[in-house]
Write a protein that binds this ligand. Structure first.
Ligand code: SAM
Ligand code: SF4
Ligand code: SF4
Length: 360
């Protein structure tokens, strides 16, 4: 394996492989064989979505899970409670699919905010319908919101999301900005579609005090159209933004965050306008410092976006397992986490689940 495959310096990886025993040690947190500890939990609340983003879902949608296969409000609170009380999880992000499609989202947030060990609670959403629920979510205890927005052009939005909902998304972002101190905007750039919208989107975010993060497109789409040679890389994003801005690396510690942050200045002037992030999962991977664990909407642990195996927790929970048993299953699942996504390896295989079904 090369350093790029692993997302970590090869030497560090080799030492880690050699130094750690094959059997999981009895330590309290979600540790893996490579010495990483997961403290950041992504919970998928549903596999359904009201958009059909080309890089995520097929035009016709995907078969959806039967209602009783999806975690209920009480089951989510129970498993998140195990994660925060027994496993050292400190941050919980609700995602999907589209989490706003859960009618009980506000209650789910309130339940998690009332846990004995309360995590920081955030939401990733396409913001369609957020305008009506932002206040209630804030009151329930939601701390932060990340909104996905790839373009400000209605036609391009409709092309990428295959739904004409730009206005609803913008209304949702406005509401989020009124209620929350921190609003982050996620954008995926696609060559020939919205790459040349990048600077306008950044300008718009900077004017409003939002932190924009460009995410490199990953091979997690249903149509299997991802191609390394045509995807927009972090270096190309930086070059594209160079038409209006000067970027310099932010020296603040990254602290496990997926985004590499840059200080943004108007090109040719010294004026600092704000920050921008680039999540370079493909070309500059950060797997060596990964702190994430995931629960699918069916209550299964995924140790990585690119995992090919999952560990069911919902079945044992429904069969009466106690918290200690669930925590132990979760620890064992995370111990098996691979060093990195291995996207550069010739034997790389895209996971069966798409991003919408994993919980991005
Ligand atoms: N529906 C919500 C949304 O779009 O924000 C939450 C779920 S979505 C799967 C979470 C994030 O994953 C979004 O910001 C989206 O842009 C990103 N995403 C989806 N497919 C992706 C892909 N193939 N590569 C990189 N990011 C992707
Ligand atoms: Fe839905 Fe989010 Fe996937 Fe777009 S990226 S299809 S909004 S789950
Ligand atoms: Fe790497 Fe997997 Fe962590 Fe993503 S989830 S940073 S691919 S180890």
């Amino acid at each position: 394996m090369t350093a790029v495959d692993l997302g970590m310096p090869a030497l560090h990886a080799a030492r880690a492989e050699a130094a750690l025993p094959a059997d999981r040690p009895s330590v309290p947190g979600l540790v893996d064989r490579f010495g990483r500890t997961a403290t950041d939990l992504r919970v998928s609340l549903t596999d359904r979505c009201n958009l059909r983003c080309t890089y995520c879902m097929p035009a016709e949608g995907l078969p959806t899970l039967p209602r009783d296969a999806v975690m209920s409000r009480a089951e989510i609170a129970r498993l998140v409670g195990v994660a925060t009380s027994e496993l050292g999880v400190r941050q919980v992000r609700f995602t999907g699919g589209e989490p706003l499609l859960r009618a009980d989202l506000v209650d789910i947030v309130a339940d998690v905010a009332a846990l004995p060990v309360r995590p920081e609670i955030s939401l990733t959403t396409n913001a369609v319908g957020l305008a009506h629920r932002a206040r209630a979510l804030k009151d329930a205890g939601l701390d932060r919101v990340n909104v996905s927005l790839d373009t400000l052009d209605p036609d391009t939005y409709a092309l990428m999301a295959r739904r004409p909902f730009l206005e609803q998304t913008l209304a949702g972002i406005d509401a989020a900005a009124r209620e929350f101190d921190v609003v982050k905007v996620n954008a995926v750039l696609v060559r020939g579609v919205n790459l040349d919208h990048a600077s306008a989107l950044l300008e718009w975010c900077l004017e409003r005090g939002f932190e924009l993060r460009f995410i490199e497109q990953m091979p997690l789409d249903a149509d299997h159209t991802w191609d390394r040679s045509s995807m927009v890389t972090a270096a190309q994003v930086r070059a594209q933004l160079g038409d209006r801005f000067d970027l310099s690396p932010d020296r603040a510690p990254r602290d496990g965050a997926p985004a590499e942050r840059y200080v943004v200045r108007r090109a040719g002037s010294g004026d600092v306008l704000g920050r921008v992030g680039i999540i370079a999962s493909v070309t500059e991977p950060f797997c060596a410092d990964c702190r994430r664990t995931r629960l699918t909407a069916e209550g299964a642990v995924r140790d990585c976006l690119f995992a090919h195996t999952e560990t069911d927790l919902l079945g044992p929970l429904r069969a009466g397992a106690d918290d200690a048993t669930l925590a132990d299953l979760w620890r064992t699942a995370m111990w098996g986490k691979h060093a990195g996504h291995g996207m550069a390896r010739p034997d790389f295989v895209q996971p069966e689940r798409t991003m919408s079904a994993i919980g991005g």
